[in-house]
Design a protein around this ligand. Structure first.
Ligand code: H2U
Ligand code: ZN
Length: 348
């Protein structure tokens, strides 16, 4: 019997973590197609939205009448500039360190009712370009060791507003997960003389069964070690340490990949698909990072329908993460979907 049909553990070489896979628990039929499509319409402009052009934000500032993207410093930033003179406990049991940083919010479009899945390629390229300029500007600042760019989408992900937007947190230290990925990629490069993700991508392209789609510069796949039901990784084919290394063609191809994945996600349960996504790239700590191969992670919590989601509870809170549907099944389900958004289907 192939190992994939029996309970087993899979290893995540990027973080060193293990995940339990229990494929026999998915003997129930696939129900994704039976969803009633969500056709709730949002206004193009919402006078009560703190991200729409011209509106006032909670801090009292007013947004400009922006026409493509707009970035501002988070009015409720989780990180603040460095403060001197604080004393921290530093022994074996009680240990704390200073942390400082900058938090920004990026509006992807002036249109309140859109999402990347329904934005044009030109507009999405503008988002990519703003990410690059923010990454460069924040990363160049003294005391910024890492720039985390991400998007929370959907109220079940804790997102406060449907207006298409994302966040950037620039921190003094490298956060835990990118720091683990740095170590693992550096170890792999030192041991094998090649990049972990270049090798992984080659392997996935040869096997094929976890690939969702590809374009000239990017590959979207369900990683072998995926934890979330429809988790996807988007990797550049070329070895690049950060977003800053992309040329005009690659930036366009990234926009294309983000839109196509967004459409497939929305089409899966015919709903505005919730997720947290973000890019992992080289730290901006002033060191060279030949080990780093930048990539996007998409972590969506929906499992079998728009109303059935995965929770990390029980064994997962106390032991390790677990999944029922295999990465291979999830990739096949995503691969079968149309790249025409379900809301545009009738008009097409
Ligand atoms: P979420 O969509 O993940 O909730 O992020 C929205 C961010 O916008 C959130 O971090 C900020 C919140 O602090 N915000 C402002 O900066 N100004 C406002 O007027 C409201 C929300
Ligand atoms: Zn809005």
């Amino acid at each position: 019997m192939p190992f994939k049909e029996h309970p087993h553990r899979r290893f995540n070489p990027l973080t060193g973590e293990w995940i339990l896979v229990s494929p026999h628990r998915t003997k129930r039929p696939w129900q994704g197609q039976q969803e009633e499509p969500d056709r709730s319409v949002m206004p193009k402009f919402d006078p009560g939205c703190y991200l729409c052009p011209g509106n006032e934000r909670a801090g009292g500032e007013r947004n400009p009448e922006y026409s493509d993207t707009f970035v501002f410093t988070n009015d409720f930033a989780a990180l603040l500039p460095e403060v001197s003179g604080l004393e921290f406990p530093d022994d074996d049991l009680l240990r704390a360190e200073p942390e400082s940083g900058i938090c920004r919010v990026i509006c992807f479009s002036p249109r309140h009712d859109l999402s990347i899945a329904r934005m044009s390629r030109e507009q999405t390229v503008k988002v990519v370009e703003l990410w690059i300029s923010e990454f460069r500007e924040l990363g160049a600042q003294d005391g910024v060791g890492y720039v985390q760019i991400f998007e929370n989408r959907g109220s079940i992900m804790g997102c406060s507003n449907p207006h298409p937007h994302g966040q950037i947190w620039a921190t003094r230290s490298v956060p835990m997960i990118p720091s683990l990925e740095t170590e693992r990629q550096a170890d792999y490069l030192a041991g094998k003389g090649e990049c972990l993700l270049c090798s992984y991508l080659k392997r996935e392209l040869a096997e094929g069964e976890r690939i969702v789609f590809q374009n000239d510069s990017f590959v979207a796949l369900v990683p072998f070690w995926a934890v979330w039901p429809f988790e996807v990784m988007v990797l550049p084919r070329e070895h690049m340490a950060s977003l800053g290394e992309m040329n005009a063609r690659t930036r366009g191809d990234l926009a294309d990949a983000m839109i196509r994945l967004g459409i497939r996600y929305d089409n899966l349960f015919k709903t505005s698909f919730p997720y947290s996504m973000g890019v992992h790239q080289a730290p901006t700590d002033g060191r060279a990072h030949p080990e780093w191969h930048f990539h996007f992670h998409y972590y969506p919590p929906l499992l079998r329908s728009a109303s059935v989601r995965k929770f990390m509870v029980g064994f997962e809170m106390l032991g390790m993460p677990q999944r029922d549907i295999t990465a291979e099944h999830a990739a096949a389900a995503l691969r079968e979907l149309s790249e025409i958004h379900y809301l545009d289907e009738e008009s097409a």
